[in-house]
Design a protein around this ligand. Structure first.
Ligand code: AMP
Length: 288
């Protein structure tokens, strides 16, 4: 069985489990606290700290792994990304206290102390920006560092920005964007043969779920005479499917895949074309 390293806690862990479940890949563990589980029929999952996953995959302890792009970059290990899984979106930012009047990286004085759990990325960023700073490595809660006098600015992850706000900090610059990625070791050390095929099928299944999440399946009955206009409203993946309705000479059923964000407008446009019996459903998987 190919071993896949998965995050053991936090939002990356929850979203990973949800994605596997939606893809129909069972995560079966003997106990909630178990550190291993079977993943479908072909894989074994090990649950480890998200920041350790790049090392485990690079060293071959796991054939593949799922973790954040921020942690992959911070590890500085040579790794290949098989897929962007789109969850765990966040940004690594430089932030300063609201009382500091620092509004740009150029305003950070020489010798400033930077608290962060991303020392490599922070060091690289500040040296690229020609700022001479002192990195203060912390393992978490960097937001507190400027308030207790151990740092002047911080480099930390931001999702909604509310943690920075409630701790009296504001963003000064974005270092990089991040989301969850499926990774393998570089060519040569990566799984090959049957393992590689199984992994690619798994990635395909996960991606089909991600693709489906942003789309809806829309069905409506429309007057046959309105079809040319309906086709303009409902482009679908390859144009709408048009189906005869038994004993209804005047109406036909149209089916199409519509971006979730456009459903509201599309329904209104179909109604204006005398559509009836409009039905919108979620899609489990989408393989174009
Ligand atoms: P927020 O208040 O939504 O900006 O979240 C910020 C807090 O959540 C910080 O403590 C971050 O370290 C953490 N955080 C946000 N997004 C992520 C992520 N994708 N992965 C890990 N930690 C995150």
């Amino acid at each position: 069985m190919l071993r896949i390293a998965l995050p053991n806690k936090g939002r990356l862990a929850d979203d990973t489990r949800e994605l596997f479940r939606d893809a129909g890949v069972d995560v079966r563990a003997r106990d909630e606290r178990a550190l291993t589980a079977t993943l479908g029929d072909l894989f074994e999952a090990i649950f480890v700290r998200a920041q350790d996953i790049p090392e485990f995959v690079a060293d071959g302890a796991a054939g593949a792994g799922i973790t954040g792009a921020d942690l992959i970059a911070e590890s500085d290990r040579a790794l290949c990304t098989l897929a962007d899984l789109e969850f765990g979106k966040c940004r690594l930012v430089v932030a300063a206290t609201d009382s500091s009047e620092i509004e740009s990286v150029d305003a950070i004085p020489d010798g400033a102390r930077v608290a962060t759990s991303f020392p490599r990325l922070a060091r690289r960023y500040f040296s690229g920006a020609a700022r001479n700073v002192e990195i203060v490595p912390v393992s978490g809660a960097a937001e507190i560092a400027p308030h207790i006098g151990i740092a002047d600015v911080i480099v930390d992850l931001v999702s909604t920005g509310s943690t920075l706000r409630v701790n009296g900090l504001h963003e000064v610059a974005t270092i990089c964007e991040s989301s969850a990625r499926m990774i393998v070791a570089p060519d040569g050390a990566a799984p090959n043969g049957a393992d590689r095929r199984a992994l690619e099928e798994l990635v395909g299944a996960l991606q089909s779920v991600l693709r489906a999440r942003g789309q809806r399946y829309l069905m409506a009955n429309v007057p046959r005479t309105r079809l040319p206009a309906v086709k303009r409203v409902l482009p679908g993946l390859n144009g709408p499917t048009v189906v005869d309705i038994m004993n209804s000479g005047e109406h036909v059923a149209v089916h199409a895949v519509v971006p979730a964000a456009q459903v509201y407008r599309t329904v209104a446009e179909l109604k204006a074309l005398d559509a009836e019996g409009i039905l919108v459903t979620r899609i489990e998987r989408l393989m174009p």
